[in-house]
Ligand binder design. Structure first.
Ligand code: MGD
Ligand code: MGD
Ligand code: SF4
Ligand code: MO
Length: 734
């Protein structure tokens, strides 16, 4: 007799009438799934599907990718450039020429009156690599402001800083295939099943075959933690202490790979001296994990033939974010777990092209992992662009999180925001509002005119998004993949590349330089600039990228110091020969002291405020809030709360409650769940006027990334539930 699914009818996909499929890479998260968009007989996008022969996703997509074609018809899009004199005036539609002339005039006015750096540019991790490169050329080579950065300071800055400190260069050394070879996986502050569902699926498939141990470090019982062999509910913000203690046990019990340490690292003695302080007993009092569990995890990790660590925002978004990354690298260096199959320090990146901006945008330096601080790099790029090297600054300017305070103090007068929504995504919304009010001139360049930050702009430039244009993006495993142009953008909106090129023409210096019109021509520049470097694109072409469903750099058409004998099909791992990017070829072991500097729960504000994401939404919901099949799962600002803690305050599941911090307050619906410890609440940050009204966002000293996940709140029961519902609805926006 047949039971269960055998009795059911086979799943049938609705025929949406697609007659042609066009190739792209998903434009949400950094997994980098290959996707095809189906067009009907009139050329209208009607469906999305995963690409079966793509190594990354092997036909799979998550809930965001499956509905990605719906973006082309989503509400709230911009279709005409908009202008107004004051931010309180109504917008008037205008032409591109008028809008761009006005922006250029205002940039020139502000720079003449207040100096070049008084005009600031902040971009994103969500446009094409060719656009990033062009924006960098415009910002550094034409406009010449040093206060140019990206929202990646909210996201990947700690990983970048930690990689540079340990290995001498940015660049995640591992790949997804490492899951096939690893014998132990440590996942710290990453909720893979929700945030990178397809990477999770790849990992899980391997784990079902070989059941290697999975150790999850997260103060919350996430879906990943539910699947783990060991879950370490670490005290927020103390991962460095836990990692130091793991190193302590490994050194004390002679489990370290001394041969690797001697051959490939420097700084061992100072490192070992600091580690001496972090015995499991001392550490457990700070990080909240008992001694025996620390010892057990250290032994499991060190004894595995190949062990790897992945991490995301639980590490990066902390006052010890950069140190946390260095601590992970230390652990992998002392156990010889870098550059071998299954052995890696793999930062899971965030936005679809967070890597592209790190590589090519010049936001933190110069293109292709070059540095402003290096005379040779400045000279080389200036010559390539045809400008005077003296025009380039000798060190990087402010990070995004320092640019906004510099507006408060009057140092910065004008701001151009490209594909980022700080009104919702930055900590302390009430302060951000006051900051934006102070700007003499704000330009918002976004695909959606209803993006909250537009409330404060003087000019709005409507952009094409995702496959309404073409170009490349780089994913977590250094894979560069292609997006072909599937359809036209709505109304008068234009690709960001076009906007940057038009802006360049409005400056004398820009008219003298080359600003190629087509993405593929820009890609040729990248190839030239990358040849022979670690970040080598020279073996890639658009045609090859589509054929291979993406290629991992270094990918060279000739062998070089970094590209092996034949890297024409890409390279899976970095540092396979134990040679790192520091001039002496060695990685650094760095001692990490711990300073406890977070805002912590106390009598008045007794709960930790944790924040993050859910699978169906992306960031500030400009996109996913408008796709019915995604928004329906969580249309309302809410928080996860422990049921006993809620009961003590007389709050029931499904009721509204008020969250209060030292910065502000927010009304959220309460979802009681044992995923949460009794002294913590978790609020997804997708909603405007919600968790970031409360968050503090202290900054990491190296990366300047905000500690979004550690601050203190109190929870108040609300008597008038009807009024609360109205306020909660107002925060929905859509
Ligand atoms: N569906 C969806 N996917 C996304 C995104 C999205 O918005 N929606 N955004 C993309 C982007 S840009 C990013 S950066 C990634 C983020 O991906 P993740 O970092 O995986 O997601 P988060 O939910 O921000 O945070 C992960 C976990 O960190 C934990 N955490 C909090 N404090 C600490 C701590 O002190 N120590 C440790 N060890 N853990 C802690 C939280 O409890 C949470 O479960 O996701 C990407 N993918
Ligand atoms: N409390 C809390 N806050 C957080 C976080 C957290 O975990 N907790 N996470 C932080 C992290 S990791 C990140 S990455 C940030 C994200 O913060 P933001 O970058 O501010 O948020 P997004 O909603 O991704 O904003 C991107 C904007 O770009 C637009 N856009 C999309 N594609 C294009 C395009 O091709 N061209 C143009 N011009 N516009 C486009 C979208 O419509 C959207 O308005 O939030 C941070 N904020
Ligand atoms: S896992 Fe990430 S890249 Fe893949 S379909 Fe989902 S959002 Fe897109
Ligand atoms: Mo991010």
């Amino acid at each position: 007799m047949l039971f269960g699914r055998h009795k059911k009818n086979p799943i049938k996909l609705a025929d949406k009438g697609a007659v042609e499929w066009k190739y792209a890479t998903c434009g949400y998260c950094s997994t980098g799934c290959s996707i095809e968009v189906g067009l009907d007989k009139n050329g209208v996008p009607v469906a999305s599907r995963g690409v079966a022969d793509a190594d990354v996703n092997r036909g799979k997509l998550c809930i965001k990718g499956i509905f990605e074609d719906k973006l082309f018809t989503s509400g709230g899009r911009g279709d005409k450039p908009l202008m107004r004199k004051h931010r309180w005036d109504a917008f008037k539609e205008t032409t591109w020429d008028v809008a761009l002339d006005h922006v250029a005039d205002e940039i020139k006015r502000i720079q003449t009156e207040h100096g070049r750096d008084a005009f600031s540019i902040v971009s994103t991790g969500q446009i094409m690599t060719e656009e990033f490169y062009t924006l960098g050329k415009l910002a550094r080579g034409v406009i010449g402001t040093n206060n140019y950065d990206g929202n990646t300071t909210l996201c990947m800055a700690s990983a970048v800083s930690g990689y540079k400190r340990s290995f001498g260069s940015d660049g995640p050394p591992g790949c997804y295939e490492d899951f096939m070879h690893t014998d132990c996986l440590l996942a710290i502050g990453s909720n893979l099943p929700e945030q990178h569902p397809v990477i999770y699926w790849r990992m899980r498939e391997e784990r079902e075959k070989r059941h290697f141990p999975l150790i999850v470090v997260d103060p919350r019982v996430t879906m990943l933690a539910q699947n783990a062999d060991v879950h370490l509910a670490v005290t927020p913000g103390t991962d460095v202490v836990l990692l130091n203690a793991l190193a302590h046990v490994i050194l004390k019990e002679n489990l370290a790979d001394m041969e690797y340490i001697r051959a490939h690292t420097t700084g061992f003695n100072a490192f070992a001296a600091e580690i001496e302080n972090w015995d499991p007993c001392t550490a457990s009092r700070i990080c909240g994990i008992d001694e025996d569990t620390i010892r057990n995890v250290a032994r499991t990790y060190a004894k595995a033939r190949a062990a790897m660590t992945i991490w995301t925002m639980g590490i990066n978004q902390s006052t010890h974010g950069s140190d946390g990354v260095v601590a992970i690298n230390n652990l992998n260096l002392i156990t010889g777990n870098i550059g071998r199959p299954g052995a890696s320090s793999l930062s899971i990146t965030g936005q679809c092209n967070a890597m592209g901006t790190r590589e090519w945008s010049s936001a933190s330096g110069l293109p292709g992992y070059r540095y402003l601080e290096n005379d040779g790099d400045r000279e080389e790029i200036a010559t390539f662009w045809g400008i005077d090297p003296g025009f380039l600054p000798r060190k990087r300017g402010l990070f995004m999180t320092d640019i906004l305070p510099a507006i408060e103090t009057g140092q910065i007068k004008g701001l151009w925001l490209i594909a980022t929504n700080p009104m919702t995504s930055m900590p302390n919304t009430l302060r951000i509002r006051k900051t934006l009010e102070k700007l003499e001139f704000l330009v918002v360049q976004d695909a959606y005119r209803d993006v909250e930050t537009n409330e404060y702009s003087h000019v709005f430039l409507p952009s094409a998004l995702w496959a309404e244009k073409e170009g490349c993006m780089t994913n977590t495993e250094r894979r560069v993949n292609l997006i072909t142009n599937v359809t036209q953008p709505p109304g008068d909106s234009k690709a960001d590349l076009w906007v940057f090129n038009q802006m360049a023409k409005r400056f004398e210096q820009g008219r003298k330089m080359e600003f190629p019109e087509k993405a593929e021509q820009v890609f040729e520049e990248l190839r030239n600039l990358s040849r022979g470097r670690m970040l080598d694109y020279s073996g890639m072409t658009y045609e090859k990228l589509e054929k291979h469903r993406g290629l991992q750099w270094p990918c060279s058409d000739e062998s070089s110091e970094w590209a092996g004998e034949d890297s024409s099909q890409g390279t899976q791992r970095l540092y396979t020969d134990g040679r790192f990017a520091y001039p002496d070829g060695k990685a650094k072991l760095i001692p990490l002291a711990f300073v406890d500097n977070n805002e912590k729960p106390d009598e008045e504000y007794p709960f930790w405020l944790n924040s993050g994401r859910v699978v169906e939404h992306f960031h500030t919901r400009t996109r996913t809030g408008k796709v019915g099949n995604q928004n329906k799962f969580s249309p309302t600002p809410y928080m996860e709360m422990n049921p006993d803690a809620a009961a003590r305050l007389g709050i029931k599941h499904g009721e509204y409650a008020r969250l209060v911090s030292r910065r502000g307050d927010a009304i959220v619906m309460v979802q009681t769940t044992q995923r949460m410890a009794p002294d913590m609440v978790f609020v997804p940050f997708h909603y405007h006027d919600c968790v970031n009204r409360l968050s503090l966002g202290l900054l990491d000293p190296y990366s300047r990334q905000p500690a979004y996940k550690q601050s203190a709140v109190k929870v108040e029961k609300i008597a008038d539930q009807k009024a609360a519902a109205v306020r909660n609805k107002a925060a929905r926006a859509y």
